[in-house]
Design a protein around this ligand. Structure first.
Ligand code: USQ
Length: 387
């Protein structure tokens, strides 16, 4: 049997590839990637705070540490229909974990080219997978991590069940409305809709994991050795909130709260994200499944304060700074999403925001200089000039 993982060079992709390798020693685990994440981050002039090894060295190192020879890497552009279809026809994967995507909201907002490339890349890759599974009459489980950002910040509770609606005296249950906040997030709305349609029209087995903001560095496999580390981004475009704030804290840079800081999101650690995906692979749930995937919610300000306190505990003086918000978004709003389905898979958390922080600050301290030399990447050009 074969499991295919797309985006295996990414922040989540590399640890997930190792997790699948360890969990299914008798199966072939194929990871595909075209290294665009490395290029995108270089394009904005930044790098991963933690040095990452070339793919062939990562795989060699995995073999050495785990005494397993079941990981295979294929360099592949998922936008190319014929290469995707050849791979799926030849390998007939029982499961595909689809992580590959341009994942950054700010990067997708740079200009027309970046918005179009983000949507073309993300939507076309998913459509190629869907169509190849269908064309080859496979019973493959297609698991994609979309995003909690599909929902936006509505003034009602967010559910991953169908939403009961009553309008002009008639009732129905409908998918929750999408109110995404960037071209990237809209690319995931399109993906989420296409996945649902693939189930409806082809009966495809689909799991849509709606992921919150992922934080942290370590996973059970990657912590074994530096050569197995995953990337850790902190720049304005590719660093996500918690990770950026942790890097700012270590570098002695003020934590950049955009606007009022009341923006509230769901958070989950990298290790927990890998666990939920692992459980989704194991569950082999037939039909269509949508699962909100986050452990806890917090506002930007709350995250900043937690990091300030954790910094203080290790002798760092951390300043919080409200900067003009470079995004168009609600800075104060209601936010109450559900996440019960994730626990129904059997999920148990290893790191929450607080326990993740201790580890991240400790691990990052070793790479302080790599962050400090790129500290001008914490802010977009327009804000750097204003401040
Ligand atoms: N923010 C700050 N200061 C910063 C950086 C961000 O206040 O220095 C604010 C943003 O304005 C936003 C919130 O923090 O309100 C979260 O920003 P983010 O960059 O951590 O998250 P986002 O752009 O929403 O995207 C990230 C990932 C994306 C994933 C998504 C999950 O890049 O791939 O889908 O988190 S979620 O946020 O639930 O949609």
């Amino acid at each position: 049997m074969t499991i295919l993982l797309t985006g295996c060079d990414g922040y989540q992709g590399w640890p997930m590839l190792m997790r699948l390798g360890v969990k299914y020693p008798d199966e072939k685990i194929i990871g595909v990637d075209n290294f665009t994440r490395r290029h995108w981050v270089a394009e904005v002039g930044s790098w991963s705070a933690i040095p990452i090894y070339p793919m062939d060295e990562r795989i060699e190192s995995f073999k050495e540490f785990f005494k397993l020879n079941n990981l295979e890497f294929r360099y592949m552009d998922l936008r190319n229909w014929s290469v995707v279809d050849n791979l799926i026809r030849e390998e007939e994967p029982r499961t595909i974990v689809h992580y590959a995507a341009q994942p950054s909201a700010p990067y997708s907002m740079i200009d027309a080219e970046h918005a179009i490339d983000t949507q073309m890349n993300n939507v076309k890759s998913t459509l190629n997978l869907i169509h190849s599974i269908n064309k080859n009459n496979l019973d493959t489980f297609l698991i994609e991590t979309t995003t909690m950002g599909v929902y936006g910040t509505p003034n009602i509770d967010i559910t991953d069940e169908l939403l009961p609606v009553e309008f002009r005296g008639r009732k129905d249950t409908l998918p929750f409305p999408a109110q995404a906040g960037s071209w990237y997030h809209w690319s995931k709305v399109h993906d989420a809709n296409n996945l649902l349609f693939a189930y409806r029209v082809y009966g495809m087995n689909v799991i849509d994991l709606r992921l919150g903001i992922v934080h942290g560095i370590r996973t059970e496999e990657s912590e074994r050795d530096k050569s197995l580390a995953t990337r850790f981004d902190f720049d304005f475009w590719f660093g996500t909130l918690f990770n950026r704030f942790a890097a700012q804290c270590v570098a002695g840079f003020p934590l950049t709260i955009y606007g009022e800081g009341g923006q509230t999101r769901g958070y989950i650690s990298l290790e927990d994200t890998i666990r939920v995906t692992e459980l989704a692979v194991e569950a082999e749930k037939k039909g269509y499944n949508l699962i909100n995937t986050f452990l806890e919610t917090a506002s930007v300000k709350m995250v900043a304060e937690k990091i300030q306190e954790a910094g203080k505990n290790i002798g760092l003086n951390v300043e919080l700074k409200s900067v003009p918000n470079p995004r168009k978004e609600a800075e104060k709003h209601y936010y109450n999403p559900s996440n019960e389905k994730m626990f129904n898979l059997g999920f148990k958390s290893k790191y929450d925001l607080i326990s993740s922080l201790e580890v991240v600050l400790k691990d990052l301290s070793e790479y302080k200089e790599r962050i400090v030399v790129k500290k001008d990447k914490f802010l977009p050009k327009v804000l750097r000039e204003k401040l």
